[in-house]
Write a protein that binds this ligand. Structure first.
Ligand code: AMP
Ligand code: MG
Length: 341
């Protein structure tokens, strides 16, 4: 299959909507990361998403809608959902609610709940509107790889597998949506993202963060969200995260970097303000704050792959605000190889 990469325009969005209506797959930009979309009500098209990504069959998809009225046929709405949607939709927040019959089990990987989000990106919204159906879309990477934040990243992973990718420029947030389960008494964050636990607590008064957000699942432990079971976001290089006071972390990273043998290629991920600590060693700038780090992290991991890096040494971010989402992605990218300095 020949994959077209077109700048998002009225014409290309109309072309993409026709493909979706025909049960085909389309790559499109959202404010979080690029998504790989199909008609959420077409079970066969949904299965094609799993095949194109190489996604484990037990990892459910997020259904994207453009208007609140689309919720009612898909799920059982509750008060928490209404409040959160009022506050944060359209935006980077996914709500898990009990599903209705209309949603194919292929979308939810057999679960009785469904994940729904209303994106704010104008191209995503136009695509949903023009397609006339909810769009099931996971991140547009091959399973396990860093999520795409540029159309070019999606092309790297999906060239030859899907007919069309819409290019809407770089994604604003840069990490996937916050996933919050609203199926119990207390809202529970299953995956941190651009809408932070602090922001959710300000609306609902109370929120939990699943503790497996920042650690690997234990042997035999049930995953609150299937996505937690799988290897994620990983560069080809072995990556290690270092936590501690900045100067001590830099000393430790430099020691390890300087021990690499000639066959290895190292890269240090550091905050803008710390780059000078690493002298002439090969560094990539994570940014000035946690929002910049969220925006940059996946592109930097992909660049490390493109540059043939074999070892990544990364600084950490404080786990408050969107820093929790950054650390969740980095910890998983590192396979939880985290060193306390
Ligand atoms: P992605 O589509 O790559 O952004 O991943 C979607 C995330 O949402 C994955 O981590 C899924 O496991 C999670 N998810 C989707 N549907 C559900 C659900 N019904 N219950 C719990 N987690 C879900
Ligand atoms: Mg993903």
């Amino acid at each position: 299959m020949n994959t077209l990469l077109l700048p998002a325009s009225d014409d290309s969005v109309a072309q993409a909507a026709d493909l979706i209506k025909n049960g085909e797959l389309v790559g499109f930009p959202t404010e979080t990361v690029y998504g790989l979309g199909a008609d959420a009500l077409n079970a066969r098209a949904v299965l094609d998403i799993f095949a194109a990504k190489g996604r484990p069959a037990d990892n459910p998809l997020i259904v994207h809608i453009a208007r609140w009225e689309e919720m009612e046929p898909l799920c059982h709405v509750n008060g928490m959902a209404r409040k959160l949607a009022d506050a944060f939709w359209p935006g980077p927040l996914t709500l898990i609610l009990p599903k209705k019959e209309l949603v194919p089990r292929e979308v939810t990987a057999g679960l009785d709940s469904v994940a729904i989000r209303m994106p704010s990106h104008p191209v995503a919204r136009a695509l949903i509107e023009k397609s006339g159906c909810p769009i099931a879309a996971p991140s547009g990477n091959r399973s396990g790889r860093p999520s795409p934040t540029l159309a070019r990243h999606m092309m790297e992973d999906m060239d030859g597998r899907i007919p069309l990718i819409l290019d809407g420029g770089p994604c604003d947030v840069g990490v996937e949506s916050t996933v919050v389960a609203l199926t119990g008494d207390v809202a529970t964050v299953l995956r941190p993202g651009g809408v932070t636990p602090e922001m959710i607590a300000a609306v609902l008064g109370e929120v939990q963060v699943a503790d497996s957000v920042m650690r690997p699942l234990k042997e035999g432990e049930a995953a609150p969200s299937p996505g937690m079971k799988h290897k994620h976001y990983a560069p080809k290089a072995h990556m290690t995260l270092y936590e501690g006071e900045a100067e001590a972390v830099a000393r430790r990273i430099k020691e390890e970097y300087d021990c690499l043998d000639g066959a290895e290629k190292g890269l240090i991920l550091a905050a803008s303000g710390h780059l000078a600590l690493y002298g002439s060693r090969s560094c990539a700038d994570l940014g000035q704050d946690e929002w910049a780090a969220a925006h940059n992290i996946f592109a930097l991991l992909r660049q490390a792959d493109a540059d043939g890096v074999t070892r990544v040494f990364s600084e950490s971010w404080p786990e408050n605000g969107v820093g929790l989402a950054v650390m969740n992605r980095m910890a998983r990218a590192a396979g939880f190889d985290i060193v306390q300095v």
